[in-house]
Design a binder for this molecule. Sequence first.
Ligand SMILES: Cc1cc2nc3c(=O)[nH]c(=O)nc-3n(C[C@H](O)[C@H](O)[C@H](O)COP(=O)(O)O)c2cc1C
Length: 175
Amino acid sequence: MKKVLILSASPRKSGNSDILCHQFMEGALESDNQVELISLYDKKIGFCRACYACFKTGKCVLHDDMQEILEKMQSADILVIATPTYFLTMNGMLKTTIDRFLPKWQELGGHGVYLIITGHDNKKGLELVGEELEKIFRHLGNEIKGIIWGEGVWKKGEVKNTKAMDEAYLMGANV
Ligand SMILES: Cc1cc2nc3c(=O)[nH]c(=O)nc-3n(C[C@H](O)[C@H](O)[C@H](O)COP(=O)(O)O)c2cc1C
């Protein structure tokens, strides 16, 4: 049994990233893992102020939901990070969250990480997002275990007709 934490960055409920997160979750639950899915838009997460107070105190000066998310990340075995592609890169919600890793950035390693990336473009157009997230999470000391490419999907729900559905379920089932 592994503890799986899914962080979903899309603002669209039941959108393509959300649907793939649920597929992954179903697969992981089916093989008796413990799963929590957090929609980052439901949380209060402010921008990093670059005050570096956390370097002295280990804590952020902002009192919002980020501390709880960092604690959950630390206690998870597996992290799943899902984002739609916005202007060729990860969306702002995810980047804002990643910047807030700063107080614990040296304690966020040792996880298996899966990435879920969606966008209307084909895989080539989404590759930058994969590259940057791979680099960031490896830099933190994690292993990238798989990437689910939700390519060629624009409207809400379009991903349901693609092979990414099975891939997400199977990767979830094999965490
Ligand atoms: C602000 C914005 C920028 C976007 N930029 C891109 C892009 O550069 N490349 C791409 O393939 N799709 C782009 N899209 C399309 C979304 O990535 C696509 O609709 C995706 O399926 C949304 O995922 P969601 O349903 O989980 O929100 C953009 C969408 C928005 C709202």
